[in-house]
Design a binder for this molecule. Structure first.
Ligand code: DON
Length: 569
């Protein structure tokens, strides 16, 4: 387990291990691009090219989105895939409307709030992280199919073809995937399908650069290309998934698969510095807290303090800490418990919160007092695409931890998620990302686990301004908020806004994490003197951002990891 956490840290998914790790910065050239018409930023070279190929065939932004989703499922099988789920924020220029789609996994019908507790009522973290009991009902394929039916232009099949080709023809093993396979080899080697797919005949991790073929996944994708989402939730693929789950004593059933439904939701919104921010509503906590953090900072003259100054970091850390206290107190699946979204984003409430963040010394987690809510009636990937008409999409997709549950459905090439770990096993118990959940985030049949994924779109005077998002659990919220802060408040060019130092404070654990490139030593010293518990840690975000500029679009794929920003002129 320790090695899993180590890997998650190195690859950007752990909160548990404190290590001073230098941040791998990739050459700028693949990570930044400008173009007049279309722009795509993703965490995969082949994925960016797959999305662009749909535009080149005359497809629209939704065709490109679906093609990117399938391609990234092949190219980053440790991070996301058709055995997982996600969210989409879609800005339709013509309608001047922003849509939010929720194709998050859901808890199986046979699940219960005590399913991860032993007889003494103690939590069993591994049960929701590894093996068949960790698997929630996948939503990705249904989401893609329903969204494409409604908005796509080219035939469905066309959107799946690049992924089929990539799975069949393969791609060279790259560093992050290598490390993920290596670290998870103990559990993956127990799974015959994973052993066959990701290891040599001798059961060794292939050398870097070895071509990774996913023939079974190619066949599964062909069935989905022919039959639409029924090809996943019914028939031979569904049979294979449920057979594997049963063999491994899981509880997901055919009834679960057949009943999966995507949900269209209303995006959460906020006005920050005259810009309109649209982001993902519950069951993600992401949108609410990105907006809360920015709104708490808005009244302060951050620009005068300067980016990465002790004053700016001190205030930002307090704003993050505050937001995460609300996350633990109020957030969960809105279909099960009312989430006070309007109250949490109420201007008066945010002004009160804002007044509390300016304490001279670091506020201890245990000293943070809740502010009463006002009464009102009332191992992941991200990619971002924009087109010549001014449409934008931001989508974050995941199977949760690296290689999800470590279970692959026999004969299908599908890696099944461990999204059940995003629930709270018990009130107050930390999950893989150190997040603590309350009553609203306990397991219940058909419930969606609370997420931090924050696909976000920003408009200015009803015109496209920016779109972004990131993987990395709870750090997604703070990485997205800081990138917006850098671009808007500090007026940094987009590449610098993405590449700049990031911090993270999530209330519990009460730590101020700082990632390389680190803060100036005197700034760090000053923060320590104010009482912040500063640690150096890799945060693992990989921001994929697109911003409107005079000539068209400016795309940036975070230089901290693999990725490609590329456009069409
Ligand atoms: O929904 C969530 O918040 C998590 N399941 C996201 C997981 C993630 O970002 C893993 N990343 N490296």
């Amino acid at each position: 387990m320790r090695s899993l956490f180590l890997l998650m840290l190195l690859l950007g998914c752990s909160h548990q291990v404190r290590i001073v790790a230098p941040t791998a910065v990739e050459p700028r050239v693949a990570h930044e691009s400008k173009a007049r018409n279309e722009m795509v930023t993703t965490q995969g070279d082949a994925t960016t090219r797959a999305a662009l190929s749909l535009f080149n065939k005359g497809g629209n932004i939704i065709d490109a989105f679906v093609a990117a989703s399938f391609a990234i499922s092949v190219e980053r099988p440790h991070s996301t895939g058709i055995g997982g789920g996600g969210f989409l924020i879609y800005y339709s220029k013509e309608e001047n409307k922003v849509y939010a789609f929720d194709f998050r996994e859901i808890a199986p019908l046979a699940s219960s709030s005590k399913m991860y507790l032993n007889k003494k009522g103690e939590p069993q973290p591994l049960l929701s992280q590894e093996g068949a009991l960790a698997v929630a009902n996948p939503g990705l394929v249904k989401g893609l199919f329903d969204i494409h039916q409604r908005f796509g232009k080219l035939p469905w099949k066309e959107t799946v073809l690049p992924a089929i080709k990539l799975a069949r023809e393969g791609f060279p093993l790259y560093e992050q995937l290598y490390e993920a396979i290596d670290d998870r080899k103990k559990i993956l080697l127990h799974d015959p399908e994973a052993k066959k797919t990701f290891f040599t005949k001798e059961g060794k991790v292939p050398l870097l650069g070895t071509i990774i073929y996913q023939e079974n996944l190619a066949k599964t994708l062909e069935i989905i290309a022919d039959q639409g989402s029924d090809g996943f939730y019914r028939g031979s693929v569904a049979d294979a998934i449920i057979k594997t789950i049963k063999q491994k004593r899981g509880i997901l059933s055919h009834r679960d698969l057949k009943s999966y439904k995507m949900v269209e939701r209303t995006p959460v919104t906020g006005i920050y510095k005259g810009l309109k921010i649209y982001s993902m509503p519950p069951p993600s906590s992401g949108g609410i807290h990105v907006i809360q953090i920015l709104k708490m900072l808005e009244p302060y003259n951050m620009k005068q303090m300067g980016p990465q100054s002790a004053d700016a970091v001190h205030l930002t850390a307090h704003a993050m800490q505050r937001a995460f206290l609300d996350r633990a107190s109020y957030l969960g699946d809105p279909d099960f418990h009312p989430v006070p979204v309007n109250e949490l984003l109420n201007e008066g409430y945010l002004t009160k919160l804002s007044e509390t963040i300016n304490a001279p010394k670091a506020i201890k987690a245990s000293d943070l007092k809740p502010v009463p809510l006002p009464y009102e009636s009332s191992d992941t990937t991200h990619f971002t695409i924009a087109d010549r008409e001014g449409n934008m999409i931001a989508s974050t997709q995941t199977i949760n931890g690296w290689f999800g549950s470590g279970v692959m459905a026999q004969g299908t090439g599908i890696v099944l998620n461990n999204e059940m770990d995003d629930f709270a096993q018990k009130i107050g118990v930390q999950n893989l990302f150190g997040a603590v959940g309350g009553q609203n985030n306990l397991v219940s049949p058909r419930k969606r686990p609370l997420s931090s994924m924050s696909p976000t779109i920003i408009t200015k005077d009803d015109k496209p301004f920016m779109a972004l998002g990131s993987p990395s659990g709870t750090r997604i919220i703070t990485c997205v908020a800081q990138t917006i802060l850098n671009a808007v408040e500090f007026e940094m060019p987009l590449y610098e806004a993405v590449a700049a130092t990031r911090i993270h404070q999530q209330w519990q654990p009460d730590i101020l994490k700082v990632e390389a490139p680190f803060l100036a030593p005197e700034v760090e010293q000053e923060l320590k003197e104010r009482g912040h518990n500063v640690v150096h840690e890799r945060l693992g975000c990989s921001i994929q951002a697109i911003k409107k500029d005079k000539a068209g679009w400016h795309g940036v794929s975070d230089p901290r990891g693999t990725g490609l920003a590329l456009g069409i002129n």
